[in-house]
Design a protein around this ligand. Sequence first.
Ligand code: GAL
Length: 371
Amino acid sequence: MSITKKVLALGAVGLMAAGLAACSSEAEGSTEGGAVDCNVGISMPTRSLERWINDGEHLEKLLKDEGCTVDLQYADNKTNKQISQIQNQIAGGAKILVVAPIDGEVLSPVLSEAKKTQDAVVISYDRLINGTEDVDYYATFDNYRVGQLQGEFIEEQLGLADGEGPFNLEPFAGSPDDNNAKFFFSGAWDVLLPYVENGQLEVPSGKAPKSNDDWASIGIQGWASDKAQAEMDNRLTSFYTGDEKVDVVLSPNDSLAIGIEASLKSAGYTPGEDYPLITGQDADKANVKAILDDEQSMTVWKDTRQLGDTVRDMIMAIIAGDEVEVNDTETYDNGKKVVPSYLLEPQVVTKENVQEKLIDSGFIDASDVGL
Ligand code: GAL
């Protein structure tokens, strides 16, 4: 997982030059006052989660400010809809595609079409597109680190390194079709599995993957809050029948955490009293409010504004024919190639630093979380 600062190898520079040629051939008559001629299709997975709304709107604004033509689409978490939206973007002349895939495995044909017809440059956004040569760059947060921060938080809060325990843990994982989910789980499980194996962490439901590779067995399809809630309801009614209490829940993100918290509260767990530790990711407003109300212990914050800035910088470099800066050329093998990546650093947010990290930085407004 080492991140080495590197710039792009020569092969991809050729691609950028192709992108440049394609873009500048359109420039005639369309550039005024030095505006960059740049036609970008952005394909986001869903409007149902706050983070993707923020991501899309932020990137669209950054690119429009640079003079780009931008088409931003959301696919309602439907794979076929995402494919047809990308097809429309190609037909509409997009020379650069920024895609956060719903299902990382199925975009190969449409991206091959993008290469053939537009010679488009493809940037995988936040989630990796798998199984195709036709993805040029990947911009994301260090996904393994996200899970590691969750695991380390649990380790520290429970005093596991000092031998404390046993504690009852219920682990969850993300959507099996999302390449990020296995990285989140691996990062956390590399910290926690030794404590499961030595008995400091017990998993009454039995839903403890024996290795990182088994994570999908506890994955929640589509990152759906209601599915996480139903799964937690099942575990509570089936395995916590006597005096047993849940001490800690590994939740990979905020949408799952919201469902898990609803389940715990309806089963009678009271924040501030017998309430478990619960992890999360994304700093969605509802979860930040839950953190302030002692219903969630932490969230891993990914400042998605930085991700937008990174992708904007990549696109500006592509348009200018400059080298695209990446800082990881080892980690993200999509089955066909190792995709040159730029990884950003996620951060832990708890009740103590909500103000400093999220509000003072302008990521959310105090009034959105009742402050
Ligand atoms: C992941 C993403 C997370 C979370 C999740 C659900 O791919 O990295 O930040 O939002 O999807 O949408």
